[in-house]
Design a protein around this ligand. Structure first.
Ligand code: FES
Length: 74
């Protein structure tokens, strides 16, 4: 994830940045997708930011929220 700036928008619907997600995981104990969603609202609209399988867009993302949770070992 080092190649992604904290300002990178991960969830376009709710305008949630990578920095907000990392903060919620590290400082607010958002250790699963439900808690992360309740704190940041990420994944609560279309849901395509959660993982590649749920990404219905033609152009796929480089980073998904499930990957961020996994990389931070949550
Ligand atoms: S992009 Fe995250 S809910 Fe739509």
């Amino acid at each position: 994830m080092a190649q992604f700036p904290y300002s990178c928008i991960i969830c376009e619907c709710e305008k949630v940045t990578l920095g907000e997600i990392i903060y919620a995981i590290n400082e607010k104990e958002a250790n699963d997708i439900e808690k992360l969603a309740s704190i940041t609202s990420a994944t609560t609209a279309c849901g395509r930011c959660r993982n590649r399988a749920d990404d219905f867009g033609e152009r796929k993302r480089e980073l998904y929220i499930d990957e961020i949770l996994k990389k931070l070992d949550r």
